[in-house]
Design a protein around this ligand. Sequence first.
Ligand code: B3K
Ligand code: ZN
Length: 862
Amino acid sequence: MVDAMRSPSVPPVIRRADYRAPSWAVTDVALDFDLDPRRTVVCATLSVTRSADGPLRLDGDGLTPASVAIDGRMTDDWRLEDGALLIDLPGDAHDVSTEVVIEPQANTQLMGLYASGGNLCTQCEAEGFRRITFFPDRPDVLARYRVRMTADKARFPVLLSNGDPMASGDLDDGRHWAEWHDPFPKPSYLFALVAGDLVANRSHFVTASGREVQLGIWVRPADLAKTDHAMHALKTAMAWDERVYGREYDLDVFNIVAVDDFNFGAMENKGLNIFNSRYILADPDTATDYDYDAVAAVVAHEYFHNWSGNRITCRDWFQLSLKEGFTVFRDQGFSADQGSPAVKRIEDVRSLRASQFPEDAGPLAHSIRPDAYQEISNFYTATIYNKGAEVVRMLSTILGPQAFRAGTDLYFDRFDGTAATCEDFVASMEDASGIDLTAFRRWYAQAGTPRVSATLSHEAGGGRATLSLHQTMPPTPGQPDKEPMVLPLRIKLFGSETGQPVSDEQLVLLSDDSASITFEAVTERPVLSINRGFSAPVIVETDRSSADLAFLSAHDDDPFARYEAMQQLMLDTLVASVASGRGDHRAVVDAVAGTLRDDRLDRAFVAEAVLLPSDSFVGDQMAVVDPQAIFAAREALRADIGHALAGDWRRAYADAYADRFDYTPDAKGKRRIRTVALGYIAASGTVDAAALAWAQFDAADNMTDRQGALMALVNSDADERIAALDIFYNRYHHNPLVLDKWFTTQALSTRDDTFDMVVDLSGHRDFTLANPNRARALVGAFSMNQRAFHRVDGAGYRFLADQLIALDRINPQTAAKMLPPLGRWRRFDAARAERMRAELERILSVPGLSKDMLEQVGKSLA
Ligand code: B3K
Ligand code: ZN
């Protein structure tokens, strides 16, 4: 009997506690690629040495050995087990050769060797190398690589791999070859090759010790003009890492290649970074300021991995945050130094709250050093990356800048050339500073966002103020009870009458459940400024009144704390209006007015400070999320702010006008406030809002202004909406990155008919699930649109499930990444929750579901 409701297979669980050192080391690898999109032959020779008893195990995924040889002699004495090749070797050192045939053009998963835009490229992290050749595909096996590539010269004139180019030549059949050697032992996930018809933006960089490094950014010829910003960012990042961390580049060549089909942002392969083209290509006509900043940040991030990731790699994938959390922290520091540190901090915290806090509060919560996984690709998460960076930031706060730098120096020195653990990093910090970090280590083990409640009392006569702090850790899957965390909280008090500080800033280390801190000689009623600079990634609950929050939004001398006070005021107001059905908006309107009219403030900061918290962040504050009520409350508040401050918005809009594009922090700040002001002008309901947006759309000489105006029109009922969308499409439909914006802008629209538009767009001739950027641009963006996605009839959930079922067959990694919005069903009312859960069940019942998806869906339903 066929069981229609067959139970889906459960992928095996890999546990951190089961780590064993490899029983065979690989010292050297020679790879020979005969490249062809339909039939590539890969010959690999591995020099292996024994460290423990047992067979040589070479991982493989979808490979069949065409031949196997030991020390040059063919053998049949091997077996396949779960895709891996097992060979019993007689001695302690051998050369093992294998030959396999692969088909890059059939590789839709974009892991291993695949075709993109007619070129060939690779992606190996985490476990893609095993789709190219048999190898111990684990990060603690470090080997030296020699790579030889042969390919048709007309079709693939450029052949690149890791390390330095050694030799190249022509063959007489129209093919040519090139050889590259990488002198630095590396794990297989850092292997890369590219074969294609590419041109380079070439430059060079002279390191602090005087070595000249040849730099190349390789793209299609038509994109060459869009690579200067990335090149500038690369050189700035190289100099920054020398100055701030004492880290110099180590090879003679550093190449970057941009490809259109890529599962995530970019990849730090040794000496040959491969990038999603959206993080390389930028010019004013096609890239927004946000894109420019992202290009610089990702170029820096991948470059910084050369030390934090490549020179020191991870012992196993449970240690992923060792390289990712630290490298995000490093790229955040770099970006902060290029513009406004306060605005950068606000952006980073906004993104932490948008992606990491919900993850930590949901069924996929995990610590930054997980204990178990089924599919490692599912663990490239906001927790590993962004919370990981917050943990490193807390270490730097607790140690102070000098001891932190001593700690990173010690870490780089001690572990250079090895595969290390998170523990090695913390121990280096401890040894360099003499500070005991025993309890701090809980950040690596415990999932969930700590909650801190803070109450300030003041004895008016005696002048003593007492701050009571209490922390709790929520239960998360598999972790019902937790130990208290070590929380570095930067705290200061301000006098409510004078507006002046009445205490110095203190760094309070809360490490128990509760603590009480006293401040003497506080002669006026104090107002509490806490978690300044977002010194700990926690949720703070205080009993501060609206008046106190408004006061801090005007008087706090920490710009982040000013922003935070305003956000809290807005949040309190929105949560109260959702609860009561009507809102008292006066305090928010006055605080926004105060910030907007303060000419001493940088416009970029003002633009961030006056933005309302997102729908989803408001929802995160509620016991049961009601997306439609939140949308209504937020729109009403936006309308009031727009209407009450109409003159201010017009002035802010006019003052920020520039007649020429300029990419400087000041000019970016002006464009940002202009977009925000246009949004409020439109929200006020004024009749000329569409005309204003249209004029901006029409006259814009840059994508920030053009897309900002398009966004305002796409949210409106104005006739100009369709015309602007058509003009935008016609102008840019040959540019995939800009076409993604066309899809995303529509998917995020606040209009009533967005869902129907999105369904139509999923049938558009330019829509495809095969390109991850395009899939994310429409389907991913739609699932972020709280109002449209959470339609009460469940059609949004059904649409997402249908798309993910289809995408899972093409590209499981990208599909599984887009599941979490459905997995948050427990946060919604019973009717929605049931519909979301039913869609998860439907996905789970699909035969042949990937391991990636099985893990995500399984955990979401558990
Ligand atoms: N290390 C890569 C990410 C690889 C993701 C694999 N699923 C890019 C980065 O973080 O720099
Ligand atoms: Zn990274």
